[in-house]
Write a protein that binds this ligand. Structure first.
Ligand code: NAD
Length: 299
């Protein structure tokens, strides 16, 4: 059915395009982009995600700098690994797999990743660069959402876009990216009044609330575009934040779960790692970020 946006197919295209660009980069510079994944502990879901990221990064021609720490690792031990990777010229991008075991301060550790290597786009500097519309690395899932919308020629300029969720990882950066594309953005969250009514005005809905089946079919305006970021494991398999079958009856375009936004995330991570490698090679990125850091420190 043509109204379902095929994230699996688009992710494959992005990976192939990235692999071709990695080959060009390597031919031009004699270097390979490198991704460092840092996994702390043995959370099974995290282990699966990290394995998949490493595999796809190698398949795209990048080098793998995986670091595994035990669940008992201290804040200082994780910090030391991140500091080492930050200084390693072979490492273009650093990804600290979240969530971390209880007792570790993820917020503080993420900030040890230099913005130039922040391929998850989660540091305060990366978030600030995004908020100001300056060049920088963008969070992967939000970039994947925009990539999906663009691939389907969804008009964003002037469109009413409703984002459900305001996390630093998904909701806020999606809203920023939509704003950058001149959408009229409404950000909803757990304390929004009459979410259904707000949704019914949307030309584009991005559901990232982490609540299975939250968005009902009759919340969707006829002809709207619905992007479902949610992932929930249920007895019936994976479901999203949207009642997909009901919403699909009204939507012009909708992402399935699985096979919609999910596959895009790792594809955008590969893309970000290449972007980081290029920028580090050109050395402009570093200088630019350093200048901003200095300016911030002096202000
Ligand atoms: P989160 O829990 O950090 O944030 C959820 C946000 O939704 C919060 O801002 C909260 O205020 C809002 N919210 C919660 N309940 C709500 C309600 N009833 N009505 C309106 N707003 C509500 O979650 P997150 O990290 O942003 O992730 C959101 C979902 O996306 C989760 O299901 C997660 O598994 C999924 N996710 C998918 C990918 C992917 O690759 N596809 C990546 C990251 C997250």
């Amino acid at each position: 059915d043509g109204k379902f946006m095929d994230g699996k197919a688009l992710a494959k295209q992005v990976r192939e395009r990235t692999a071709a660009e990695v080959a060009e980069f390597t031919a031009r510079t004699g270097r390979r982009p490198g991704l460092a994944t840092v996994l702390v502990g043995d959370d099974p879901a995290s282990a699966v995600y990290v394995a998949s990221k490493r595999k796809q990064c190698v398949a795209a021609g990048m080098t793998d700098h995986h670091r595994l720490l035990p669940a008992t690792a201290s804040q200082d031990e994780v910090a030391e690994v991140l500091t080492e990777l930050a200084a390693d010229p072979e490492v273009s991008g650093i990804l600290l797999q979240l969530p971390l075991p209880a007792g570790l301060d993820a917020g503080a550790l993420v900030q040890l990743i230099p913005a130039a290597k922040d391929v998850d786009g989660l540091t305060t500097l990366s978030a600030g660069l995004l908020a100001q519309g300056r060049p920088g690395l963008r969070p992967c899932t939000p970039s994947g959402v925009i990539e999906l919308l663009d691939a389907h020629d969804v008009p964003l300029e002037g469109a009413n876009a409703v984002v459900i969720g305001r996390s630093e990882l998904v909701g806020k950066p999606v809203a920023q990216l939509l704003l950058q594309r001149n959408a009229t953005v409404t950000i909803c969250h757990s304390r929004t009044r009459d979410l259904a009514e707000v949704c019914r005005r949307a030309d584009v809905v991005v559901a990232a609330a982490g609540r299975a089946g939250l968005v009902q079919g009759d919340w969707v305006k006829e002809g709207a575009v619905v992007v479902d970021v949610g992932i929930h494991r249920t007895d019936a398999g994976l479901v999203g934040d949207v009642d997909t079958a009901a919403a699909a009856e009204r939507a012009a375009l909708i992402t399935p779960v699985p096979g919609g936004v999910g596959p895009m995330t790792i594809a955008m991570l590969l893309h970000n790692t290449l972007v980081a490698a290029r920028a580090q090679f050109d050395a402009q990125f570093d200088a630019q970020f350093d200048a901003q850091f200095d300016a911030g420190a002096d202000a």
